[in-house]
Design a protein around this ligand. Structure first.
Ligand SMILES: [Zn+2]
Length: 214
């Protein structure tokens, strides 16, 4: 793993298996969570919520509106549905992400590919956030950011999914601006180039710096 900031203290270091999910983690205000692409070309679907108000989920729409850009990267602040700052991107070695909302699901896989019962980011995120959602259908599409996802539109507005540009060891660091809960899915999609047809693991490292513990 590329170096953490000097003086950083690792609080948790977890591997999320290929096609799997992270059990929801609490991230205290001031702590930073690194989401790392272990082998490369892997998308991480994440959902955040405020510990103090668990219904105040991440909003991709508010995040883009309040940062004035669709290209969320270092220095931008992720915001909630109620427009509270949740986390700041403090490092980003990929700078290609999808903050348009949405996640792969059994339903879209059925509609797109005619397959039933697939594992998906929707089921993964519901399992990840088990204590916070009663059913997968409680998850809102706007609350999911797809890190490292390469989705772009051409001049005619037709969008396409390309292989993720992330290489082994690439990462994005989010510093919590308030106490957070993080849910995460290692996207299992393998019927389009979303993960370049080869889903692989992710790593989640929570760390503190001298500044965050001062
Ligand atoms: Zn997915």
């Amino acid at each position: 793993m590329r170096e953490l900031p000097s003086g950083a203290r690792v609080v948790e270091d977890l591997v999320v298996p290929s096609r799997g999910y992270l059990r929801a983690r609490s991230i205290a205000a001031g702590q930073t969570v690194r989401i790392l692409d272990v082998e490369g070309e892997q998308v991480a679907d994440i959902i955040l919520t405020r510990a103090a108000e668990p219904r105040d989920w991440l909003s991709c729409l508010n995040t883009k509106l309040l940062n004035g850009t669709e290209r969320i990267s270092t220095g931008h602040v992720l915001h909630s549905k109620q427009s509270h700052p949740l986390a700041t991107v403090v490092a980003d070695t990929v700078a290609v992400h999808w903050f348009g909302g949405g996640f792969c699901s059994e339903e879209t896989n059925r509609a797109r590919y005619g397959v039933e019962g697939t594992v998906s980011c929707k089921t993964n995120l519901a399992a990840s956030l088990d204590a916070h959602v009663a059913s997968p259908h409680d998850l809102e599409l706007d609350s999911c950011a797809s890190l490292f996802m390469n989705l772009s539109a051409d001049a005619d507005g037709r969008f396409s999914i390309g292989p993720p540009p992330g290489r082994a060891g690439d990462f994005l660091d989010l510093r919590a601006e308030t106490d957070l809960v993080l849910g995460l899915s290692a996207c299992p999609a393998d019927r389009n180039p979303c993960n370049n047809f080869r889903p692989s693991p992710l790593r989640v490292v929570v760390y503190e710096t001298a500044r965050s513990t001062a």
